[in-house]
Design a binder for this molecule. Structure first.
Ligand SMILES: NC(=O)c1ccc[n+]([C@@H]2O[C@H](COP(=O)([O-])OP(=O)(O)OC[C@H]3O[C@@H](n4cnc5c(N)ncnc54)[C@H](O)[C@@H]3O)[C@@H](O)[C@H]2O)c1
Length: 342
């Protein structure tokens, strides 16, 4: 039995506690939150779970094997480092840290102590993203031309991070998983409509050496919720609508062919292909259930998590690059030494 302590029982923490509590092979030993009222909710829902307002009570408990941190981003480094130093395996919410330097320090500490460090890039564990990955890997999509995402709704405005850290991180991690390649350059524009608050709207373009171009539009200031991604390939195109209760993914056999005959190329002969559309069957498992099970499996069997600290770091580097570009009104930021992901 892997005993887990969860720090932070705000909006996301209850999902972690529920999933860890239901896992075979794991148990939630304790929950910490600064807010005693939230701990009362824990006590009502899970009478056997110990609660504490001081997270250090969890770290000093030798029976706890792993700590999950689900607090505001500005506290991830301090709490995560303290957990590793106490010898605990670590689950960190996304984004991993505020800065890439902090992420590197956490990776080094976890590696030195041979502890599992996983970052909750939840979308990687969804049936939909895994299915798109399968379609790309099988070669059915062909060359990936573009990735175009809209991730907008009204709120939840965050106090300590911009909409890039809150929402675009999902696209950064999905792209890392699907492409296995880092962008070579980033350009972003965005703004805060309310003085003194983090940017609440951003448009981010990522350029890849392979020729793929990716764009994400993220906002906390939209009248309706949209979670839609278009993936365009040379053989197929995919629409992924995360709000669809079923048939989240639709694969279209549509595309264009240009003649490769050099004698005719100037005539721009375009052949249009409009074939079938189908909706592949997806795993219905909750992403957090898959991710939390994977975390426990990594601890028990000394495995490297799919969403390890290195993925977390690459995402934080993209947040930094996009934020720099956004604050320079879209100036291109080049990511030195990037290429194939390890
Ligand atoms: N993976 C996902 O899809 C997903 C979705 C939502 C949020 N998140 C992430 O989860 C984290 C938490 O977000 P949230 O929306 O739940 O925030 P929140 O503000 O609703 O909750 C944070 C909780 O942490 C507690 N807390 C803060 N500092 C603490 C400390 N030192 N000790 C103990 N408790 C402390 C607060 O009292 C609060 O209850 C963030 O990193 C966020 O990005 C991830």
């Amino acid at each position: 039995m892997i005993k887990i302590g969860v720090i932070g029982y705000g909006y996301w923490g209850p999902n972690l506690v529920r999933n860890f509590a239901e896992l075979p092979g794991a148990t939630v030993a304790a929950v910490a939150d600064l807010d005693a009222a939230k701990l009362q909710i824990v006590q009502r829902r899970y009478p056997a779970v110990r609660t504490a307002t001081d997270y250090r009570d969890l770290l000093s408990d030798p029976s706890i094997d792993a700590i999950a941190v689900s607090t505001s981003v500005s506290t991830h480094f301090e709490l995560g480092m303290a957990a590793l130093k106490a010898g605990k395996h670590l689950w960190l919410e996304k984004p991993m840290t505020e800065t890439s330097e902090q992420a590197r320090q956490l990776i080094a500490e976890a590696e030195r102590r041979k502890l599992v460090l996983i970052v909750d890039h939840t979308f990687i564990y969804t049936g939909a993203v895994r299915k798109i990955g399968e379609i790309i890997k099988s070669g059915d999509l062909g060359k990936m031309y573009y990735y175009d995402s809209i991730r907008v709704n009204l709120g939840l405005f965050q106090r300590d991070v911009s909409v890039i850290s809150d929402l675009a991180v999902h696209d950064f991690s999905i792209l890392d998983y699907l492409l296995g390649e880092h962008p070579s350059a980033v350009s972003a524009s965005g703004t805060n409509h309310f003085p003194g608050t983090p940017e609440n709207l951003a448009y981010i373009t990522l350029f890849y050496d392979s020729g793929t171009i990716a764009h994400t539009n993220v906002s906390w200031l939209a009248p309706v919720k949209v979670r839609q991604i278009l993936v365009g390939g040379s053989k197929k195109m995919i629409i992924y609508d995360d709000l669809e209760p079923s048939e989240k993914i639709k694969v279209y056999d549509k595309g264009v062919n240009f003649t490769d005959d050099p004698a005719q190329i100037h005539e721009m002969r375009v052949g249009y292909r409009t074939g079938d559309m189908w909706a592949p069957k997806l795993s219905g498992a909750e992403a957090l259930q898959v991710g939390s099970q994977h975390f426990v499996d990594c601890i028990v069997n000394s495995k490297k998590p799919e969403t390890d600290g290195h993925l977390g770091l690459r995402v934080v580097e993209l947040i930094e690059a996009a934020t720099t570009s956004m604050r320079r009104k879209g100036e291109t930021v080049y990511l030195q030494g990037k290429g194939k992901a390890s």
